[in-house]
Design a protein around this ligand. Sequence first.
Ligand code: DP6
Length: 434
Amino acid sequence: MDTHLFEENPFLHEVARRLLKAREQGQLLLQNGDSGFASAPSNIALLKYWGKKNGLRQIPVNSSLSLSLGNFRSVTCVSVRGRFFPLKNGHPDNTGARPEFTVSLNGRDEVMPAKMEKFLRNILAIYAPDIALHVLSQNNFPTACGVASSASGYAALAGAVADLLNLERFLDEAELALWINEWSRLGSGSATRSSVMANKSTKMSSSVSRFVAWELCENADARAETPPLSRTLECVAHSKFQKLRHCLLVLDSSPKATGSSEGHELAQTSVLQSLRLAQYPRRYTAMLGALAGGDFGKVAETSETDAFEMHAVMATGAVPLQYMSSLTSTALKMFVEERNRNSAEMFWTLDAGPNPHFLFDAEAAYALADVFAKLGLDDRFKNARVLLPCREVPQELIVGLEPLEKLGFRIDSMTSEPMLENCDLLTASQILCR
Ligand code: DP6
């Protein structure tokens, strides 16, 4: 039975036991066509999660903190296909075959990634091992552009399964949030920060910027300790940061050679990782304080230092990982020069890829437009694109979600293409209009 993803998690075990009981009492019936839906935003870390604790499942070596990218979303629908549950006489599939899991990602039928299948089988192991499931998931942002689809994807998937299982009937509000949160974390660490804002609406989120911390709890080393070893919480942000804007400079959209999960394992092989971690508690506290106190300079400096350090750790592990390209360095240099020249409130960050994220106060949009205009004059940036969050649900997404409409979900009919053409065409008003 696939329960190893959560075997050391008493909370998830307790919920599984409760659901098993409900199933035995005939309260948890899943039938062909039953479905669940959720949507979740991606996020961009200002303090990076890089490295996992050995011997623990998806527990980070340091606390992290991110800005929720409310309008870069994954929307996911899971539906039961072709089988009825519970089966007649309580007997599971008498052919011995495993019920099939299928997936359609961004409008294309795909072989379900092993990680996703393991995730779903683990969730359903105890109380619904014998259902066949179809997952339909869409992002409203391009794949491999630098916006983390695993964060929004696993948070939306966990939310959709919670909806399918009708967990609201068996858990109170806090338990339900924790269940989605914990499963998102087990799917992908950064997803736990997205799960805080998972919901059952396809509507884009409000324009207020929201920040989430994934905090390491004390004594996280003690394996026998009762969870939580980590927790997520929404951070208090000064009004100064409630309008923090974000865009992404896409320099290279080819899939990365080394994924984050492999990178996390390599982190401990870098001599710099222990230095990085030694000052992490202080850095985390400083970041929380700067966010709450409206200290833009401190948030900017802390975030840039943190991204630099993560990339230094990446580059100095047993297998050196070089995510930054020469174009990345040129763009960041230009960005910092313009920022300093204009005393503009903006800063950059970089995940495990070459595409810089820019965060800025609305008033800094003009300085940012200058950066893009200058990059546009450089031939090496002729294929660069700027990705701005769309305020509306794109048409592709709506087409892919037709099945949801049949299920009664309201889907706004609007079109919007978030990827802009050459960055030299980007003006401050374009940046501000989105
Ligand atoms: C660089 O959450 O993708 O984006 O837990 O193995 O799925 P897994 O890793 P993942 O790692 C994200 C790494 C990062 C930094 C961050 O988002 O904090």
